[in-house]
Design a protein around this ligand. Structure first.
Ligand SMILES: C[S@@+](CC[C@H](N)C(=O)[O-])C[C@H]1O[C@@H](n2cnc3c(N)ncnc32)[C@H](O)[C@@H]1O
Length: 303
């Protein structure tokens, strides 16, 4: 299969997995919308990174698995209003340290969501235009839980002289990033460190960063305040952080439940950060009653 753009890949996904077609970007956005451009950027990253590995068919399957896992778990969540997982116990062994799970589908599937899920494309657009573009020319930058590496790649593409340090609890994710960057022609000298963001002690991690990115990680830990405290303590004066998370949205590894956007904002601000801009993004087409599933992203500074 040869695909190079959003409509091609959406058509390929729809043909094989019609059950997820309503959630795909072209149902909600059109070429020319800013999110579309961000999605195309993400798609290029995914296509380059899968080219020498399993290929696009497998990437489509990985994305479909991520989407179908979401539909299944979200249907359960509508009934229970609780995530299926109630703690991180077993998560590292079962998922994050397993190369077959992480490199086999989790990371490709997740990276593809930035090309295919409207809210993730919006988030990426917000990140590129309002956060990355505001950074100094040579920022000391740190990313918590980079996963597939798309956000770090985006930052380094715009700020090639940045120092970039990525910390992830998943060793297979760190290996994935090295390969994906190489496949995308990124030759920046990056530092990747295996570590738990709720307990950062590695002395290679910058103590004062101009930029700290932490996307889709807060909901994956038992106590997100510990990550927010780490962000606050390592943010340089004048530095900025880009944070994202979700409320009432399931995934196989979501643990901490935010029930509304107010809880997210309150926790961020209670941990010494001041939100300067944010984007609560309701799930398109959702008809849940009594609760609102949403993605959330913000730019914050030291309070
Ligand atoms: C959902 S992925 C997010 C990847 C990417 N940041 C994004 O926005 O798509 C969560 C990532 O956080 C990592 N992670 C989970 N718990 C962590 C922890 N306690 N410390 C560091 N990384 C963690 C996982 O290994 C995974 O790579």
């Amino acid at each position: 299969m040869t695909v190079t753009d959003i409509p091609d890949i959406a058509a390929a996904i729809t043909e094989r997995y019609p059950i997820i077609q309503n959630g795909l970007l072209p149902q909600w956005q059109k070429p020319g919308d800013p999110e579309w451009d961000a999605a195309q950027w993400a798609l290029k990253y995914v296509l380059n990174s899968v080219e020498d590995r399993e290929g696009i068919d497998q990437a489509v399957d990985s994305f479909a698995q991520t989407s179908i896992d979401f539909l299944r778990l979200q249907a359960r969540f509508r009934q229970t209003r609780k995530y299926a997982r109630t703690s991180t116990e077993g998560l590292v062994d079962e998922l994050y340290s397993d190369p077959e799970e992480m490199q086999g589908h989790y990371l490709d599937g997740l990276a593809m969501t930035y090309a295919m899920w409207p809210n993730h494309a919006k988030l990426l657009d917000f990140y590129r235009r309002e956060f990355v573009a505001s950074l100094p020319d040579e920022p000391v930058s740190m990313e918590i839980g980079p996963g597939h590496g798309l956000l770090g790649f985006t930052l380094l593409s715009d700020r090639p002289a940045a120092r970039y340090v990525g910390v992830d609890i998943s060793e297979p994710a760190l290996a994935f990033i090295g390969d994906a960057f190489a496949a995308n022609g990124m030759d920046a000298d990056i530092e990747l460190i295996a570590g738990d963001a709720t307990n950062l002690s590695d002395e290679r991690i910058p103590s004062q960063a101009d930029s700290i990115v932490c996307c889709e990680v807060l909901e994956h830990v038992d106590d997100p305040a510990m990550i927010l405290q780490a962000v606050r303590s390592r943010l340089a004066p004048g530095g900025r952080t880009f944070l994202s998370t979700v409320a009432n949205l399931e995934a196989i590894d979501h643990v901490y439940l935010y029930e509304d956007v107010g809880q997210i904002r309150t926790m961020i601000e209670a941990n010494g950060l001041r939100i300067v801009d944010d984007r609560p993004m309701e799930l398109p087409g959702d008809d849940s009653e009594g609760f609102t599933p949403l993605n959330y992203a913000c730019i914050a500074e030291l309070a």
